[in-house]
Design a protein around this ligand. Structure first.
Ligand code: NDP
Length: 478
C-alpha cells in the first residue's frame, strides 16, 4: 500500500487523473467543464505577489535572542530581562536589485529582525550599515529612482546615481561605506547589522534614553573583492542564500552580539551633530558600545514563499520599554512599511504565521480580504462596551517627548556637516582599503558627465583631501 496521500483539488475532492486533460475525442478540443485543469492554471497565474520595490531579493531564518547583560536601568522591556530567550526571524536582503539580482553584488544589505516577544512583536528593520543615504524621507523615492532602471533604456544608470548623489551631500557617508570593502560582504553571516535609526528605551521610572542597536558578527568580517564578485556572479546568483541555508542546515549557527549605545535626553541637546540624523553615527569614544546579548540563527524556514517572501516587517512594531525617536526617516517608515505590506500581501498580513505575534492579540479590528483566522468570532467589535471586551493598559503609555518649533519646511542641509564622519571612516581604513575604495569609486564615476563627476569629487575632497585627490587622479581630473 502506498503511503502517499490522495491528491485533491483545493475543494478537497480527489483528482482522478493529473496527466490528461478532459477533451472531446483524443485530439481535443478541451472541455470547459475540466475545472481541475482550469483551477491548476488559474492558481499558477496568481503565484506571484508584487515584489518589494526595494529589498526584493532576500533570505531568512529563525533563531533566538538571548540576553546576557542587565540594561534594566534603561528599559523595562521584558525582552531585555537577563537570561530571557526570545524567538526571532531575520530576513537579509540586497536592496537595489530585483528578485533575480545576484546576492554577491555591491549593495547595502537589509538586516530585518522580528522578535516575537511576550509583549508583542518588536521589529528592527535595519541594514548592514549604521547610516543611510538620505536624512529627509521626502527624498527617498528620488533616491531609489536614481538607483533603479532608466525609464527609457531599462538599464541601471551611473549618471543618474551620481547626478542624485552629487546634489545630495548627506549621501557621502553611506557612499563611502557602500563603495568600501563592506559593500560586498562575502556572505550574510560575515557582516554586521545595525538598527541605524535612533530609538528610545524607557525604564520603569518612565525615563527615556536614546539608543542605537548594533549586531556585531561573531563570524568575523569577510568581504569579496570586485574581481571575486565578478567571478562569483558569473556562476552563482544565489551565493548568500546557499551559504546561509547550508550553514544552518549543517548546524553551524551564525551568531551576532547585540550591543547598544545609550544617550541621555540631556546629552542629545549637546552633541555637535543631530543625534536623530540617519546620516550620522554616534562616535564610540563618546557613546561606547554596551553588550546586551546574542542573536543566533538556528532554523531554516520550511517554505520560502510562506515564510520569507511573506515576511512583513515594520518599525511601527514596538513593545513597552522600546520606542521611536524624532528621526524623520524613521517617522516616515513607521507609516510606509505597513502601507507597503498592505499593498503587497494584504490588510491581514499580520495574521500570517511568520508575522503573527506569539502572545495573545485582542482588539476590535475585523474583516478585510483573506481574514483567515476566526475574525474575533462572536465577540464584541466596538469599544467602549459592556461585554468584557479588551481594555487599554495605561502602564504601556510612553513618557512625553519634548517638541518645540514652528511648522516649516526647514532646509536639512543648512549648516549640516556631511563631511567629517565620511572622512573619519576614510581615515580609519588601511591604505590598501583606501585604495580599493578609491578604485571602486573612480570605476563607478568613469563615463559620467564631467559636471556631475566634478561636483561629487568636491565632496570627497571636503571629507579628506587624500580621498578627493585619490579619486580625481584616478579619473584624470585636475
Ligand atoms: P571607531 O574606530 O570607534 O569605530 C569604527 C567603526 O567602523 C567600527 O564599528 C568598525 O566596525 C567600523 N568599520 C570599519 N571599517 C568599516 C567600513 N569599511 N565600513 C563601515 N564600517 C567600518 O570610530 P568612531 O565610532 O569614531 O567612528 C568612526 C567612523 O567609523 C564613523 O564615521 C563611521 O563611518 C564608522 N562607523 C562608526 C560606527 C559607530 O556606531 N560609531 C559604526 C560603524 C561604522 P567593526 O567593529 O564591526 O569592525
Amino acid at each position: 500500500m502506498s503511503k502517499c496521500p490522495i491528491m485533491t483539488a483545493t475543494n478537497g475532492s480527489p483528482i482522478p487523473d493529473n496527466q490528461n486533460s478532459l477533451t472531446a475525442g483524443p485530439r481535443g478540443p478541451l472541455l470547459a467543464q475540466d475545472w481541475q485543469l482550469f483551477e491548476k492554471h488559474a492558481s499558477f497565474n496568481r503565484e506571484r505577489i508584487p515584489e518589494r520595490v526595494v529589498h526584493a531579493k532576500g533570505s531568512g531564518a529563525y533563531g533566538k535572542l538571548t540576553i546576557t547583560s542587565d540594561i534594566s536601568k534603561y528599559t523595562k522591556a521584558k525582552v531585555f530581562e537577563v537570561g530571557k530567550e526570545t524567538e526571532c526571524f531575520l530576513r537579509f536582503s540586497t536592496v537595489a536589485g530585483e528578485k533575480g539580482a545576484a546576492d554577491a553584488e555591491r549593495d547595502v544589505r537589509g538586516f530585518a529582525v522580528k522578535f516575537y516577544t511576550e509583549e508583542g512583536n518588536w521589529d528592527i528593520v535595519g541594514n548592514n550599515t549604521p547610516v543611510f543615504f538620505i536624512r529627509d524621507p521626502y527624498k527617498f523615492m528620488d533616491f531609489i529612482h536614481s538607483q533603479k532602471r532608466d525609464p527609457k533604456t531599462n538599464l541601471r544608470s551611473g549618471t543618474a546615481q551620481w547626478d542624485f548623489w552629487s546634489q545630495s551631500p548627506e549621501a557621502l557617508h553611506q557612499i563611502t561605506i557602500l563603495m568600501s570593502d563592506r559593500g560586498q560582504p562575502a556572505t550574510y553571516r560575515h557582516m554586521n547589522g545595525y538598527g541605524s535609526h535612533t530609538y528610545s528605551l524607557i525604564n520603569d521610572e518612565g525615563e527615556r534614553y536614546w539608543v542605537k542597536f548594533h549586531f556585531k558578527t561573531e563570524q568575523g568580517h569577510k568581504t569579496n573583492t570586485n574581481d571575486q564578485v565578478a567571478e562569483i556572479i558569473g556562476s552563482d546568483r544565489e551565493s548568500h542564500q546557499e551559504d546561509l541555508f547550508n550553514a544552518i542546515e549543517s548546524g553551524e549557527f551564525p551568531k551576532w552580539k547585540l550591543k547598544v549605545q545609550i544617550m541621555s535626553e540631556e546629552e542629545a541637546e549637546k552633541t555637535s551633530y543631530n543625534p536623530f540624523d540617519l546620516t550620522k553615527v554616534w562616535p564610540h569614544s563618546e557613546f561606547p558600545l554596551i553588550e546586551v546579548g546574542t542573536l543566533e540563527l538556528n532554523r531554516n524556514p520550511e517554505n520560502y514563499f510562506a515564510e520569507v517572501e511573506q515576511a512583513a516587517f515594520t518599525p511601527a512594531n514596538m513593545v513597552p520599554g522600546i520606542g521611536h525617536s524624532p528621526d524623520k526617516v524613521l517617522q516616515m517608515r513607521i507609516l510606509s512599511y505597513g502601507d507597503a505590506q498592505r499593498y503587497r500581501i494584504g490588510a491581514n498580513h499580520q495574521h500570517l504565521p511568520v508575522n503573527a505575534a506569539r502572545c495573545p492579540v485582542h482588539n476590535y479590528q475585523r474583516d478585510g480580504a483573506m481574514r483567515f483566522d476566526g475574525n474575533g468570532g462572536g465577540s464584541v467589535n466596538y469599544e467602549p462596551n459592556s461585554f468584557d471586551g479588551p481594555i487599554e493598559d495605561a502602564s504601556a503609555k510612553e513618557p512625553p517627548i519634548k517638541i518645540s518649533g514652528d511648522a516649516d519646511r526647514y532646509d536639512h542641509r543648512d549648516g549640516n556637516d556631511d563631511f567629517t564622519q565620511a572622512g573619519d571612516l576614510f581615515r580609519i581604513m588601511s591604505k590598501d582599503e583606501q585604495n580599493r575604495l578609491m578604485d571602486t569609486i573612480a570605476g563607478a564615476i568613469a563615463g559620467v558627465p564631467a559636471e556631475i563627476a566634478n561636483r561629487q569629487i568636491e565632496y570627497f575632497m571636503k571629507a579628506d583631501v587624500d580621498y578627493g585627490l585619490g579619486i580625481a587622479n584616478r579619473l584624470d581630473v585636475s
